[in-house]
Design a protein around this ligand. Sequence first.
Ligand code: ZN
Length: 432
Amino acid sequence: MTTARNLIHPRDEIMSTMDRIYRYRMTTTSGGNLSIRDADGNIWISPARVDKGNLTRRDIICVRPDGSTDGPHPPSSELPFHQAIYEARSDIQAIVHAHPIALVAFSICHEVPNTRLFHQAHSVCGRTGFADYACPGSQQLGASIARSFAAGNDSCVLENHGVVVGGDCLAHAFQRFEAFEFAAKTLIKARQTGDIQFLSDDQLRQAADRSVDFETFVPDVTSAEECELRRQLCDFVRRGCRQRLLISTEGSFSARLSDTAFLITPTLQDRECLEVEDFVLVDGDRREAGKRASRAAAAHRAIYCAHPDVQSIVFAHPVNATAFSVTDAKLDVRMIPESYVFLRDVGRMAYGVQYGTDEEIASAVSARNPAALLQNDGVVVTGRSVLDTFDRLEVLESTAEAIINAQVVGPISPMSDDVIAQLVQEFGLDKA
Ligand SMILES: [Zn+2]
């Protein structure tokens, strides 16, 4: 997900990444620090004791190879461990350190979350490890963390402290950090939900090996309808990232344009930064030249072909619904009228169906059942418009969260068959 040449100044990259981590509630104002090593060996790092919510580009400190610094504040007190990691690993050029809630939960139980929950977390996080406790800011902490990175780990849980993640650029380090915290969050939710299933080497390979073979074409005309759908997809993908219904490295969102054509998210691009022109037009077995369609494009096409009433599809990883997807627990949405009217019954597709034959994934959803869990891969949701699909995704996630929370309030009383029959009649659900 890296570009050949990064033209963004380290100050601006640190600023925007810190802003994003803070917006996603993955750090407090005082905790966490980021750094970038540039081509000259300078380390650009966030400052000590400055409000993370109000950082300006002047606040970022440059530490030169000779140890002298440039900037209005002292560098982060954790500079020693950043320097120790860079010394231990010549391939790491950026580091994210923070105290995000789920990874801190693992950190205080001295456990490393198993990322074999999803192919995405497993491939993005790289090798994961653990570093023994030492006092913050000390050389001993630097030595402990550097040992773990020198052993080949790219993401490291710090005993009774938090997490450190490295990458070949800051965008990559951020993606690892986000994927690692997401895996930790999902595990915590899943442990409250049912028996967790982890992926085998074969299953991980199945996801890594998938590819889509599309011929390319250059579209000749662009309709106002296409422009409108591009704008809607752009808005809702960004909103989905903000609401944490989508993660930056995974998931796909599409909208139907005609009987055979649809627009879909590109692969290997940060979902939060997508622009209208980034969405890829797919028509039959051809895709727009010069762009790479999401690897789920064949699955989207199969669903559109089988269900003429479906106008929009999302494959997403909202944490609570995804927790159900990694366990054997049934997600029963017969809980409140909203959840049943919007979602009906939510089924489950076996692992790998979305990478395999076209027909099978199309059977995951229908007019009666617009949403389904995908074993160890989140959810698929369909709708009559982009808004309708997004709305159902939100309802699915809220319902899953309410059910997980209700287990400690419990016992849960789903709506009775009589109540369901009345809803079906009142809302005309049988005619759907
Ligand atoms: Zn810290």
